[in-house]
Write a protein that binds this ligand. Structure first.
Ligand code: ADP
Length: 284
């Protein structure tokens, strides 16, 4: 890209046009660099599992017939690396898809039910204990909440955070749901009461200095520690943040190394008394 040489003595409009042109070139260059970096990171990340798959496949080809113990080890490794690649590809595709294409709309959502389904699915897949605690205030005030959502986006966000809690801790995971304080926002005459979901693990934790970096694409705290047994791509939190941004939620992490991590999601919610708008029988 070639920037224009600007003559400060040219007419105002010409100078302004020239400056706008140069600003556009700066923007294009930054985007181009970012895209190049992204493609290069993505290729690198996909190459690692592919190399492992290739080496195990060739081992199977050479020795698989006469060494049965190699067979199981190789098939397991090939399977888990293929699963990792599939997850990564799905995350990359979602990240590449522009947020405008996500068809977000305001949908009534029953948070307690949403969490219940998520926890059931997660428990079936990983047999991990998850304690869900809903504040008495929320239990006492039946309501549905409205949130900018596309079927499954919120669940996907919570799944990423829950999955991290699983990967980086061996202990039971706790999910807490309560009203977020303070209640100060308004949408026209409607009061917005944010909900707060905390996903709490007692795992290895994240060093303070890394807390802001973990949301960057492909960033992983200590590659060796993250990758060896648990898999992962360094894309989960990036995607979670993008989803949060799109549905109007926020995510924040609090962590103490070797003690555990709490992911805090805050959701903009509008109380809709179930009796007036919906006939659903809600007891969130
Ligand atoms: P990954 O697929 O590697 O888990 P993420 O983007 O979800 O990617 O997370 C980035 C990094 O942040 C992880 O590799 C891990 O080092 C760290 N991390 C995320 N969540 C937790 C957690 N609950 N406890 C400890 N470390 C975590």
């Amino acid at each position: 890209f070639k920037r224009l040489e600007l003559d400060p003595k040219s007419k105002d409009e010409l100078l302004e046009m020239g400056q706008t042109f140069n600003a556009m070139i700066d923007l294009l260059e930054t985007n181009y660099d970012k895209q190049k970096q992204f493609v290069s990171n993505a290729s690198h990340e996909l190459k690692t599992p592919l190399t492992i798959i290739e080496s195990y496949a060739s081992l199977l080809k050479r020795r698989g017939m006469d060494r049965p113990e190699l067979f199981h080890e190789s098939v397991d490794a090939i399977h888990s690396e293929a699963v990792r690649m599939k997850e990564m590809t799905e995350q990359l595709l979602l990240l590449a898809k522009h947020k405008e294409q996500w068809n977000l709309s305001i949908e009534p959502l029953h948070l307690a039910e949403e969490i219940d389904q998520l926890v059931k699915g997660f428990h079936n897949a990983y047999q991990r204990q998850i304690d869900v605690r809903i504040s008495t205030e929320l239990l006492a005030k039946p309501s549905l909440l409205l949130i900018q959502n596309d079927t499954g986006k919120l669940r996907q966000l919570l799944f990423i955070l829950l999955d991290n809690a699983r990967k980086y801790s061996q202990n039971p995971i706790v999910i807490e749901i309560e009203n977020d304080q303070p209640m100060s926002e308004h949408l026209g005459t409607v009061k917005i009461q944010r909900r707060c979901i905390r996903i709490i693990d007692q795992g290895i934790g994240i060093p303070q200095a890394e807390l802001s970096k973990v949301f960057d694409r492909f960033y992983r705290v200590d590659e060796a520690r993250s990758r060896t047994d648990v898999g992962g791509s360094g894309l989960g939190l990036t995607l979670a943040l993008e989803i949060a941004d799109a549905i109007g939620a926020t995510i924040r992490l609090e962590s103490v190394e070797k003690e555990g991590t709490t992911a805090i999601v805050s959701l903009p919610a509008i109380f809709v008394p179930t009796t007036t708008m919906f006939s659903a029988n809600s007891n969130e």
